[in-house]
Ligand binder design. Structure first.
Ligand code: PFF
Length: 454
């Protein structure tokens, strides 16, 4: 972990900027560029987008604040944070939901990150051909079915493992100060290119004009899951990262900034993908394969497309790494601090678990494609269980915990940095944590299992 300054034998980020950069690095990744467009595509576009943005700011930001507060106050891993704030209680069990979710997410995330490496390598060698729809689809199938994704998943997990083992997270973070803005600039450039596409108006209308009649239980749950997934929320990732924040970091500001930048990147991805979907006659409902089938079409019609596409997939791969490092950190700090393992052993154990899950997910597109549980392959089951169940549940418990159990003076202290800063939103935050967030999440859960119809 980034060690700039020692504080109770634990690493602490040297600057406020490092805190923001690492949380944004964790938040921005495949969730924005791969998952958001496909979820919006299957859930009707505009209707999904509205719910997603509402959940990010009404539920996501307060829960993010709660996680930050727990992390910096206790300077602990997720279960340790609950234990320190409510010793002897059962609250820490919520931490296990987070650890489970982190393993599930790392498993399927590595498969998609593996696709990005494969696309990067294939475009570098000029072997990506997306001249028409059939070729595009066939190519995707060739690249992602059978045993090939297994290889790329393992390659990705090895990169993740190498970085965690060598403790070169610092290098990656430094690199991400440059690479993240570069990714952002590239996205803006592609966005501008979208204006020139024949399907621009149709794509933008699909994404931005909500048809409220489309809002149903699955849209609400999907948007809630996406908000949590995208903000790396509900599983203790942000608690773990906040445990490394220094005492000058402004928690409220960091939360709002993370949420704003994160949603902005998701919206940019939508503006890139949907006009292209309609221009090239593809279906917005393609699911997890959507972005990988659409993007190469865009690169194909750009001058110097090979360079654009190689650069884009390279940056996406690096953005995925900053996210998987943060996910891995949840179980590694848990094993180190609660199970007294060395950091090296903890990294090996959590990487082996992720490798096992990753293999199951990678094979879901090939040899295990017919093996389903409740109609889901391992890949989609891990995604559904973690994003739609574990994360909102973890977020609800965290919200109730900080709202009702944690001493209000602790919260005030954290948000005002011991009285040094002003934080006029304290009452509103506590109100949201006590009532708004848990009730909204609970109602969405009830609605999704059909007990309550909205
Ligand atoms: N927020 C990341 C993304 O949008 O790609 C995914 C993620 C990272 C989820 C870290 C959970 C996590 F703990």
């Amino acid at each position: 972990m980034t060690t700039h300054q020692k504080n109770n034998d634990r690493a602490v980020f040297a600057t406020k900027f490092a805190a923001i950069a690492t949380t944004v690095g964790s938040a921005i990744g495949l969730g924005n560029i791969w998952r958001f467009p496909y979820e919006a595509g299957i859930h009707g576009g505009g209707a999904f987008m509205i719910c997603y943005l509402a959940f990010v700011f009404i539920i996501g930001v307060p829960v993010l604040c709660a996680e930050f507060c727990m992390g910096r106050q206790t300077r602990s891993n997720i279960t340790g944070a609950y234990n320190k704030l409510a010793p002897g209680s059962k609250w820490h069990l919520a931490g296990y939901i987070g650890i489970l979710a982190s393993v599930l997410i790392l498993s399927f995330y590595s498969v998609v990150a593996g696709w990005t490496i494969e696309y990067c390598v294939s475009s570098m060698f000029g072997s990506l051909d997306f001249s028409d729809r059939e070729t595009g689809h066939e190519q995707f199938m060739q690249l992602t079915t059978g045993w090939r994704p297994v290889v790329w998943t393992v390659v990705f997990l090895l990169c993740n493992f190498y970085i965690l083992m060598r403790g070169v997270t610092k290098g990656i973070e430094r690199a991400s100060y440059i690479l993240m803005p570069l990714l952002f600039i590239l996205l803006v450039a592609f966005c501008i290119n979208s204006f020139t596409l024949p399907g621009f108006t149709e794509g933008i209308t699909f994404l931005f004009s909500p048809d409220f009649s489309k809002i149903d239980a699955s849209v609400l749950l999907g948007a809630l899951g996406q908000a949590f997934f995208s903000l790396s929320l509900g599983l203790g990732c942000m608690t773990t990262y906040a445990s490394y924040f220094n005492n000058n970091s402004r928690l409220g500001k960091t939360a709002v900034m993370t949420a704003t930048l994160d949603s902005l990147v998701a919206i940019l991805a939508g503006v890139i993908i949907f006009p292209a979907v309609f221009s090239f006659g593809l279906s917005p409902e393609a699911g997890p394969t959507l972005v990988f089938e659409v993007l190469p079409f865009i690169f194909n019609q750009l001058p110097g497309g090979v360079v654009w596409s190689t650069l884009f997939f390279l940056l996406l791969f690096l953005a995925s790494l900053t996210s998987t490092i943060s996910m891995s950190e949840i179980s590694i700090t848990f094993f180190c601090e609660e199970k007294r393992m060395s950091r090296k052993k903890a990294t090996i154990v959590s990487s082996l678990i992720a490798l096992f899950g990753g293999l199951l997910c990678a094979l879901s597109f090939g040899p295990l494609s017919n093996f389903t549980i409740f109609g889901h392959t391992f890949f989609s089951l891990f995604d559904y269980l973690s994003s739609n169940i574990c994360l909102p549940l973890g977020g609800m418990i965290c919200s109730l915990f900080v709202g009702w159990v944690v001493d209000k003076r602790v919260i005030r202290n954290q948000f005002t940095n011991g009285g040094k800063e002003k934080f006029p939103f304290l009452r509103m935050l506590v109100f949201c944590l006590r009532w708004v967030c848990p009730t909204a999440i609970f109602l969405i859960f009830l609605n999704s299992i059909g007990i309550l119809t909205l």
